[in-house]
Design a protein around this ligand. Structure first.
Ligand code: B12
Ligand code: SF4
Length: 471
C-alpha cells in the first residue's frame, strides 16, 4: 500500500476547516487502504512556513505527494516542488487551477497533473505506485495512461476530465472519514474539526463568464437523497456536527430532488434540530421552496446576483434579473432565514452608470439582506470567458505566477470583529488594477465595497446586541 502526503499550499485566506476537495481525495485513498497524511498550510492556526512543511514531508517519507492548487496558491505550490523532488517518487498536482492549466503544473516540475474530479483517478495512481520501486519510467508510463491524468509523455488530448456520474458520487466514501489525516488542532483551539461542509450535487447549469468552477463543471449531477442523509447522519453521529454548510453551486436547481431532500431531513430522527445553509442562484428558487427549506432546517441562504445593471447581467451571462433575486431575498427573509447576497464590481466595460445601478440595488436590497459578500472586485481567473476575452487588451497573462499580483485577501477570518470589519472596507484587488479602471469608476467601486462592509458591520453589531434573524 502507498504512503501518500497531501499538501494544500498557503492560500491568502486561512481555512477554518480542511478543504473539502482535499478531504475527498484523502477519503478515497484511505478507502483503498493507503496511508494518508494531510498538511494544510492554509489552516487557520498553522504557524509554520514552507521549511516546516518540507521538514514534515521528509519525516513522513511518502511514496507520493499530491498537491491541491487554486489559482491563488499555484505559485506557492510550484516553489515547493524543487524542495520536494527527492522526498517522494511521484509528485502529483490537482485542483481547480490544475484542471484549467495542467501543462503549467508539469512545466513547474510535477510528474503528473490530474484534470477534473480526482477521487477515482487518485486511487488508480496510488495503485500504480504499488509497482516495484525505483523504476521511474514504468511508473510514469502507468500513471500517464490513466484517463484524467496528464504527464509530459501523455498522448495529445489525454488530459480530459472524466466527470463522476451520480452513481459514482453515491459510491464515494464520505469526505469526513479523512478528518483523522488532518491535524485537528490547526482548525480550532478546541482541537476539533467542526466543519460539516458537504456537496450534495456537482456542477452548475448556469454559464457566468467570470466563473472558474471547471472541476465540477456545467453538467448538473446530484446524489441520491439516501446518500446525502447518510452522510449528514454519520457526520452528526461521529463528529457531533449539527450545522451543515452545503457548498453546492446551485443547491436548489432541481425542485423534485430539493423536496425529497427536505422531506428526508424532516423525517430523520438523527437530524432532528439540525440546521443547514446553502448557495443558489436567485432565479432557481421559489418562495414555496423556501418555506419547505426553512421547515427542514435551512437557516441561511446565499444568492449570487453580481450586478444591479441589466446590461452587465446580460454581458456576464448571469441569466438572472434583479427582480427575481429581490423577490427571492424577500421571501427568504420572510420565512426567517439569514440572507446573503453576492455582488461583484469592475466587469470590463462597466462604467459609472452601471455601478450606480448596482449601488442603488444594494441599498434597496439591504432591508432584507443580512450580509453581502466581502469585497468583490473582479479577478480574471484563467479559463474563464472573461479572461480569454480580455487578457490581450489588458496584458495580464499569467498574473498568478507573480506573487505581487495575487490579491492579498488579508486573513479576515479569525481576526477580531473590529479588525475584520475595517479590513473588509478595502479590496486589495482594486489596487492590482487588472482592468485599468478610470478614476471615477475606481472611486465608485471603492464606495460599493465600503457600502457592503458597513452594512455587514451593522448586521454583526445587531446580532451582537441580540436582535435580527435567528441564525
Ligand atoms: C466550498 C468552497 C470554498 C470554501 C472552502 C471550505 C472548505 N473548508 O472546504 C471557502 C469559502 C473557504 C472558499 C474560499 C475560496 N474560494 Co472557493 N470554492 C468552494 C466551492 C464552492 C466548492 C469546493 C469544493 O469542495 N468542490 C468540490 C470538489 C469535488 O471539487 P474540488 O474542490 O475542486 O476538488 C476536486 C478536484 O479539484 C481534484 N483535486 C483537488 N485537490 C486535489 C489534489 C490531488 C493530488 C488530486 C489528484 C486531485 C485533486 O479532486 C477533487 C475531488 O474531486 C468551489 C466551487 C466548486 N464547484 O468546486 C469554489 C472554488 C474552488 N473557490 C474558488 C475561489 C476563487 C475561492 C477564493 C479565492 C475566494 C476568495 N476570493 O476568497 C477563496 C480561496 C481560498 C482561500 N482560503 O484563500 C474558485 C477557485 C478558482 C481557482 N481557479 O482557483 C472556485 C472554483 C469557485 C469559482 N466558481 O470560481 N471556497
Ligand atoms: S451560478 Fe455561480 S457557480 Fe454557476 S456559473 Fe454562475 S457563478 Fe458559477
Amino acid at each position: 500500500m502507498a504512503r501518500v502526503l497531501l499538501i494544500l499550499p498557503h492560500l491568502p485566506q486561512r481555512m477554518g476547516a480542511p478543504y473539502l476537495g482535499q478531504q475527498y481525495i484523502a477519503a478515497s485513498l484511505l478507502a483503498r487502504g493507503h496511508e494518508v497524511k494531510c498538511i494544510d498550510l492554509s489552516a487557520l492556526l498553522y504557524k509554520g512556513n514552507d521549511d516546516d512543511a518540507v521538514a514534515e514531508a521528509e519525516r513522513f517519507g511518502p511514496d507520493m505527494i499530491g498537491m491541491t492548487l487554486f489559482t491563488y496558491n499555484a505559485h506557492r505550490g510550484y516553489a515547493l516542488i524543487p524542495r520536494l523532488r527527492k522526498v517522494a517518487r511521484l509528485l502529483v498536482a490537482g485542483g481547480p487551477h490544475v484542471t484549467v492549466l495542467p501543462h503549467e503544473a508539469l512545466v513547474h516540475g510535477f510528474d503528473a497533473a490530474v484534470v477534473g474530479e480526482g477521487e477515482l483517478v487518485v486511487q488508480r495512481i496510488a495503485a500504480a505506485l504499488d509497482a516495484p520501486k525505483n523504476l521511474l519510467t514504468p511508473l510514469l508510463a502507468a500513471v500517464g495512461a490513466i484517463p484524467g491524468v496528464l504527464t509530459k509523455d501523455s498522448p495529445v488530448g489525454h488530459g480530459t476530465a472524466v466527470d463522476l456520474s451520480p452513481d459514482d458520487l453515491d459510491a464515494l466514501p464520505f469526505p469526513h472519514t479523512s478528518y483523522p489525516t488532518f491535524d485537528a488542532s490547526l482548525y480550532s483551539p478546541s482541537g476539533l474539526i467542526a466543519a460539516g461542509g458537504m456537496m450534495t450535487s456537482r456542477g452548475c447549469p448556469a454559464r457566468c463568464t467570470f466563473c472558474a468552477n471547471y472541476v465540477t463543471g456545467r453538467g448538473y449531477r446530484f446524489r441520491s437523497t439516501d446518500s446525502i442523509l447518510r452522510e449528514m447522519e454519520s457526520l452528526s453521529e461521529r463528529w457531533k456536527i449539527t450545522n451543515f454548510p452545503f457548498w453546492d453551486d446551485a443547491f436548489t436547481a432541481r425542485r423534485p430532488r430539493l423536496e425529497a431532500l427536505c422531506d428526508g431531513i424532516l423525517a430523520s430522527d438523527e437530524l432532528s434540530g439540525a440546521t443547514w445553509t446553502c448557495i443558489t442562484p436567485g432565479n432557481m428558487v421559489k418562495p414555496f421552496d423556501l418555506e419547505r427549506m426553512r421547515a427542514a432546517g435551512c437557516v441561511a441562504i446565499n444568492f449570487g446576483l453580481e450586478s444591479g445593471d441589466y446590461n452587465v447581467l446580460k454581458q456576464i451571462q448571469k441569466g438572472q434579473r434583479p427582480e427575481q433575486v429581490k423577490a427571492a431575498v424577500k421571501a427568504a427573509k420572510s420565512v426567517g432565514m439569514v440572507t446573503i447576497v453576492n455582488f461583484m464590481f469592475g466587469f470590463p466595460g462597466e462604467g459609472v452608470a452601471e455601478l450606480s445601478n448596482t449601488l442603488r440595488l444594494m441599498e434597496e436590497l439591504s432591508v432584507d439582506t443580512d450580509y453581502f459578500n466581502t469585497r468583490g472586485v473582479l479577478v480574471p481567473f484563467p479559463g474563464t470567458q472573461i479572461y480569454d476575452e480580455t487578457v490581450r487588451d489588458y496584458d495580464f497573462a499569467g498574473w498568478w505566477l507573480d506573487p505581487a499580483k495575487v490579491p492579498d485577501e488579508a486573513a479576515i477570518f479569525g481576526l477580531s470583529g473590529e479588525d475584520a470589519m475595517t479590513l473588509a472596507e478595502v479590496d486589495p484587488t482594486l489596487a492590482l488594477d487588472f482592468f485599468r479602471y478610470p478614476d471615477d469608476v475606481r472611486e465608485l467601486i471603492a464606495r460599493c465595497v465600503r457600502f457592503k462592509a458597513r452594512h455587514n458591520r451593522k448586521t454583526i453589531e445587531g446580532f451582537q446586541r441580540g436582535y435580527g434573524a435567528a441564525a
